[in-house]
Structures are given as C-alpha cells and as structure tokens.
Design a protein around this ligand. Structure first.
Ligand SMILES: NC(=O)c1ccc[n+]([C@@H]2O[C@H](COP(=O)([O-])OP(=O)(O)OC[C@H]3O[C@@H](n4cnc5c(N)ncnc54)[C@H](OP(=O)(O)O)[C@@H]3O)[C@@H](O)[C@H]2O)c1
Length: 289
C-alpha cells in the first residue's frame, strides 16, 4: 500500500522523487538517470520534483526539466497521474574560486520568462505546481510573487508553491496567491530542524509541507551522529535508517511530503518504501527524545 496524500487538489504519493542529483554536478549517466526515474515511477511514485536551475554550471540550462520530460515521455505508465513540480528564481554559475553556486534572480520579468521556459522544457500544457525557489534580496518578495501570480493567471502553471520561506514570506505569498498557493518546500530533516515553525504553521493553514534534502543532503555537510537514533530504530526493524528518517518526517503530520534525492534506482526504491513504514508511538518518542 503506497501512502497517498493531498497537495491542494492533487492526490499523490507522500514520497516523491527529488530529481536534482540526476542533473547537477556529480550526475550519473543519462541512461542511469532515466532508469532511476522509471524505476521510481514503476514502483508507484507519482511526484517528481525538479527545477529550472537543476543543471551543472557551465552546461546546458534546465537539464533537470528536460530529463523529467524525457523520462515521462518514454515511460509506459499513466503519465497524467504524475504530479510534476518545478521551481523558478535561481540560476547556476561558478564563484571566483570555481565553486558552483546558485545565484538568485527574482526579477518579475525574468520570472515570467523562466516560467514560460519551464513549461516548454517540461513539454506540458501547464505546470502542475510551480514554486518560487528562493527569495532574491534585491527584489521585494511581493514583486516576485506577483510574477508567479501572473504565470498562474496566464495558465502557465495551475498551482503555486514557495520554497525556502519564513513565516513572514509565506504570509506575503498567501496574500497574493490566495488558495492557488498549495505547498511550501523547505529544508527539514533530523539535521536541519530550523523550519519547524513553518512546518507547524503549514499544518494550521492546511498547506502541504515538502521536505527538501530530507536525508540531510547528498553532500553530507552535517553531523552524521544525529542520525544515530534513526539507525537504532532501523536496526531493530531490519530496514535502512534512511527509510526510518523519511517515515519520521512523514509522521510529523498529514500535510508532510518528502522528496529524497538519488543517483541510482536502488536508493530511491529503498526510500520509496518509507511510505509504507508506520512507526509506533514508542519509536516516535525515541526519535524525538
Ligand atoms: N527547494 C530547494 O531549495 C531545494 C534544495 C535542495 C534540494 N531540493 C530537493 O530535494 C531533493 C533531495 O535533496 P538531496 O538530493 O540534496 O538530498 P537527500 O534526499 O537528503 O539525500 C540524497 C542522498 O541520499 C542518498 N539516499 C537516498 N535514499 C537512500 C536510501 N534509501 N539509502 C541510502 N542512501 C540513500 C542518495 O544516495 P545515492 O547518491 O547513492 O543515490 C543521495 O546521495 C532534491 O533532489 C531536490 O528535488 C530542493
């Protein structure tokens, strides 16, 4: 039994596939990337999370959206059942030391152009769920969100979300987008608990909360010991600690979603099983301690 939940009017799987690792630096071969998405869809996953900015700096833009399109076009299952979410407002570049970075671009006219490029790259009539990726401090947040509203009004996207937001920014977005705002995507995991206030606020508002980097992120810039309690529960259950971690995140409320990343089918297939893993009250208490 796959765990399904509602994001606005969409019923979809609580575990979605985070596409980023398949197209940013460190990406696998194109064949393996397609195989990974197909394996997830074949297992029953019905949400893919990508972004305009999922490409390696210096390479072709929007490769994540293009990969998503190709994966769906070459998949033999019910394409119309898959919720595709993308994001606009970031680009890729290198800093002076050659390190890849994510420059922000929230200028309204640019956002309108990015949204139109996203719908094209995804090869859809309209984007199911379009997030404003991250606030650009050079542009008042309301002006960026008004551009997202314009994209909804033009039919480029059906519903909107906001990502990397504070409660104050979420309130600005709610004021402009009304009930067409259906989701918030913030970082949340045992090693990144900072946005619990937004998570709780979303529960009160009835908005979906989608955890990004739900396993801490594939670059591991965190204290790995924080996963020890999850390893303990996992050992007793005979499952991976990643599954326990994702199940714990999903147990934070019925509005919770996770989008684990992956570079190969095996990791996503294991993560996807978290939707079937119901933790007991005792285990949850152990993990919250
Ligand atoms: N909104 C935003 O600003 C934002 C920012 C960052 C990420 N995101 C979204 O969040 C998604 C996930 O983030 P992420 O990829 O950084 O981090 P993540 O999901 O926390 O971690 C991914 C890493 O965990 C490993 N993994 C996943 N499931 C596993 C399992 N069951 N067993 C063992 N290892 C497992 C993967 O291994 P392998 O590499 O071996 O497959 C990968 O290296 C992204 O794809 C993207 O869609 C959004």
């Amino acid at each position: 039994m796959t765990l399904n939940r509602n994001i606005g009017p969409f019923s979809t799987t609580a575990v979605g596939l985070g596409e980023m690792g398949l197209t940013i630096e460190g990406y696998p071969s194109h064949e393996l990337a397609l195989e990974t998405i197909h394996a997830g869809l074949d297992a029953g996953c019905r949400m893919i999370d990508t972004a305009w900015a999922y490409y390696a700096p210096g390479e072709e833009e929007q490769t994540g959206e293009k990969l998503t399109r190709e994966a769906l076009q070459t998949w033999h299952g019910p394409r119309e059942d898959v919720l595709v979410a993308t994001k606009i407002g970031l680009r890729r570049d290198f800093d002076e030391s050659g390190k890849p970075i994510w420059p922000r671009d929230g200028k309204p006219e640019h956002l309108i152009a990015y949204g139109k490029q996203s719908v094209q790259a995804l090869g859809v009539d309209a984007i199911d769920l379009l997030y404003m990726h991250r606030h650009d401090p050079e542009v008042p947040y309301n002006e960026s969100i008004e551009a997202v509203r314009e994209l909804l009004d033009q039919g480029v996207a059906r519903y909107a979300g906001v990502s990397n937001v504070t409660i104050e920014q979420l309130d600005v977005a709610r004021g402009i987008l009304g009930d067409r705002l259906i989701a918030v995507q913030n970082q949340f995991s045992p090693v990144h608990l900072e946005t619990r206030d937004v998570l709780d606020y979303c529960a009160r508002l009835g908005l979906a909360f989608v955890c990004w980097s739900p396993l801490g992120g594939f670059r591991h810039p965190y204290d790995d010991h924080l996963f020890d309690p999850f390893r303990k529960v996992a050992a007793a259950r005979g499952v991976s600690y990643q599954q326990v971690t994702l199940a714990w995140e999903l147990a934070q409320g019925d509005h919770m979603f996770v989008i684990p990343g992956c570079h190969r089918p095996a990791t996503f297939l294991d993560s996807f099983k978290a939707g079937d893993l119901e933790l007991t009250a005792e285990e949850l208490a152990q993990l919250s301690a």
